[in-house]
Design a protein around this ligand. Sequence first.
Ligand SMILES: CCCCCCCCCC(=O)SCCNC(=O)CCNC(=O)[C@H](O)C(C)(C)COP(=O)(O)OP(=O)(O)OC[C@H]1O[C@@H](n2cnc3c(N)ncnc32)[C@H](O)[C@@H]1OP(=O)(O)O
Length: 221
Amino acid sequence: MDFRIEDISEEEIDRRLSVVEPLTDSVRQLVDAVIRSEVSDERLTAAKDRIDEIVADLREQQRPGSFGTPYTKEFIGMPWGNAAVGARNAVAPPLHVRRSPGLAECEMELGAAYEGPGGCVHGGIAALLLDQLVGEAASTDGLPSFTGTLTVKYLRPTLLGALSARAEVTGREGRKTFVHATMSDADGVTVEADAIMICPKDFELPTGDALPPPADRRLDR
Ligand SMILES: CCCCCCCCCC(=O)SCCNC(=O)CCNC(=O)[C@H](O)C(C)(C)COP(=O)(O)OP(=O)(O)OC[C@H]1O[C@@H](n2cnc3c(N)ncnc32)[C@H](O)[C@@H]1OP(=O)(O)O
């Protein structure tokens, strides 16, 4: 796992987010616009050429591989490439997760980019978002957990639109954490999931005097 330390202040995190979040949001708008556009083929082709120019510009300086999750010395994570919450990832809705001990919750708006059956959320997207949320709930004690097993039950179709999700730790047993999660629309739960999260046995957090004890560690931004 990538645990590179980036020694920056919270103010610098905010400054960087203030630049990349609007950019990522524009790309999200672009994705939605491409899916739903009804302009002529000529205008679609012209749009492709303009987008290719932007891609070439951004490619002039690229990080090798993926973004990873850099951490500050205070152990604030910056998972900005993450597929569910990444501030630089237009694939992410993104989820803005509220965390308290053993609990993770969020509201989200899922549009055309997340469609599976017509007008409904793709089952894989629901699983992805709940997977993130169970990971966040299991990690509120400051130690990371991987999803070992995620069991998803689709109770009824989830219509695209305004949704909420919630994950709660229901038990701990050694390195295993059990989490129950739900996704809901205005009429109630549409998807539920149960996860067995595991803190890997060979997992080692970076060490250093600057790092607070696990229970006091800050979570991701
Ligand atoms: C604020 C931060 C928020 C971060 C949120 C991020 C959320 C993202 C969530 C994800 O997507 S995680 C990515 C998807 N998951 C993976 O890629 C995990 C891949 N699998 C592994 O890395 C290892 O198989 C795993 C860490 C899950 C377990 O490896 P270990 O070698 O540590 O397990 P070990 O064999 O020692 O077993 C320990 C216990 O866990 C149990 N176990 C192992 N694998 C399991 C499994 N897959 N499912 C359920 N239980 C499992 C095992 O039976 C045993 O139970 P007991 O202690 O009761 O004997």
